[in-house]
Ligand binder design. Structure first.
Ligand SMILES: [Zn+2]
Length: 473
């Protein structure tokens, strides 16, 4: 290579190098944040202050401006057990290039805290390289790329390193509560949380694209490499509430999360800087930049709740049944029973729904004359109160049930039934928990109708545990 070519390369390389994420920049920030000396960056620790200083230094270095007087946005809050607390989010600002759109913002966040260390016996440090030194390093590099472009993004961008994610999304929750800009000006939020293991999933997942109303993000926007691609996922999973997107999503702000999954050393002491795929991180950041630029220039960005309002599922359960004699005679004893069927859940509002099931079940009881089995169809309809959107939600449901029994067997022998006796109705109550797709419920039924006309007052009772798997809930 002659001297002139070398000079030419030296002159031109930096210009081109600015356009692509730098593997060495990404590695360097992770190595510092995930070094043993920062002792796992626990919330409120002395070491997290050092992490903070280092992040601010890097925000300045890449040309980010503070939003307001300082990079540090402090919010005090009161924690029931520990009294007065403070979180410090680090906020950097890129002014939008479009005269009109620059009053609107995209928030790109990554939490910088981790879980610290344990010191009983040997000290074990949880360095949190993937979780989430990788994300912080990613947003710093992203900011550098956005600022070194000839043209900044159309909308303004806040690059935010969130505090106190690991203790329950506190930094992002407080940010939303005390937002430096009106929430209706935040058009979308992206959480970059764990992007260091592209090697384990052959690329990166951009989830929650469906929360952008009417905007189509085409897969062709993104680059792909051998063994690396961008996977677009429309519906958010429960992850949307397990990272800093949660508080934004609950405020109806389009929320996307960018990650390479949990297959690495998630919350393990092995999550160290030398285990990350830095080439993969560069791939993530380059493609994230494309995503940010496209969203930033859309004329209208509004929220669409991608969690389906109608869900269908399969359910099965079992428990105890008996036909209770409320007056006279020897009371029946409980016996085991099982049921299976289909369920539908219609979301009415954020906190209410109607769930109806069609179950095949054996109504059973042990009586003085033998075991009674009544194969039945069982249809409860519950009005449900559900706790607010979260990765898991508690609920309470109440409503009527109707059941029709096809036959009655006593000790294995068919016993004729009056057609009146085939019908039964009563009250059903259930309590339980629901994740994005799975529901576990304790159900109790209380029959109102006399089960057999020729018997003194005998009513159906049951206590059952059921499991329901919803498809695309
Ligand atoms: Zn995390």
């Amino acid at each position: 290579m002659n001297f002139r070519v070398i000079i030419l390369l030296l002159l031109t390389t930096p210009v081109f190098a600015q356009q692509k994420a730098s593997v060495s920049n990404l590695r360097k920030v992770v190595e510092v944040l995930a070094s043993d000396s920062l002792k796992g960056r626990a919330y409120k620790s002395e070491e997290i202050k050092l992490a903070r200083e280092y992040i601010i230094e890097n925000f300045q270095k890449v040309g980010l401006k503070p939003y307001g007087n300082s990079f540090e946005h402090k919010v005090s809050w009161h924690e029931q057990l520990d009294g007065n607390q403070e979180v410090t989010n680090i906020v950097g600002y890129i002014e939008g290039s479009d005269a009109k759109l620059k009053d609107e913002f995209l928030v790109i966040g990554a939490h910088y805290d981790h879980v610290g260390y344990t010191a009983d016996g040997d000290t074990v440090i949880y360095n949190g390289a993937d979780d989430n030194a990788s994300g912080v390093s990613g947003i710093i590099e992203l900011a550098r790329l956005l600022l070194s472009n000839n043209q900044r993004p159309a909308r303004s961008i806040l690059i935010v390193a969130f505090d106190a994610e690991e203790v329950g999304l506190v930094g992002s929750t407080k940010f939303v509560k005390n937002s430096p800009i009106p929430l209706d000006k935040i058009k979308a939020m992206m959480s970059v949380d764990m992007i260091g293991r592209a090697d384990l999933i052959n690329g990166v997942i951009f989830s929650g694209i469906g929360s952008l109303k009417g905007i189509t993000i085409s897969p062709s926007l993104f680059s792909s490499e051998k063994n690396r691609e961008v996977k677009l996922v429309k519906s958010p999973s429960s992850m949307v509430f397990r990272t800093d997107t949660g508080p934004f999503f609950r405020k109806n702000i389009p929320a996307l999360y960018i990650d390479t999954g949990l297959k690495g050393f998630y919350h393990k002491p092995e999550d160290d800087a030398n285990t990350l795929d830095y080439e993969g991180m560069a791939f993530v950041v380059d493609n994230l930049k494309k995503l940010v630029e496209v969203i930033a220039e859309q004329p209208n960005v509004t929220f669409h709740n991608p969690i389906p309002t109608v869900a269908l599922g399969f359910t099965f359960g079992g428990g105890l049944n008996h036909f209770r004699l409320t007056s006279g005679g020897v009371d029946n004893k409980s016996t085991l029973t099982f049921n299976a069927g289909i369920s539908s859940l219609i979301q009415l509002g954020k906190r209410s729904a109607i769930q109806s099931d069609v179950l095949l079940k054996a109504k059973t009881s042990r009586s003085a004359i033998g075991n009674i089995i009544m194969p039945s169809i069982f249809v409860p309809v519950h009005f449900m109160l559900i706790s607010p959107y979260n990765s898991s939600r508690g609920f309470f449901g109440i409503g009527p049930y109707y059941s029709y029994s096809f036959q009655r067997y006593v000790s294995g022998d068919k016993m004729p039934m009056a057609s009146k006796d085939k019908n039964d109705y009563g009250l059903s109550v259930m309590v339980g928990g629901i994740g994005m797709n799975n529901q576990v419920a304790l159900r109790c039924c209380y029959g109102f109708k006399r089960m057999m006309e020729d018997q003194p007052r005998m009513h159906y009772r049951s206590v059952e545990l059921s499991f329901t798997k919803f498809l695309r809930y």
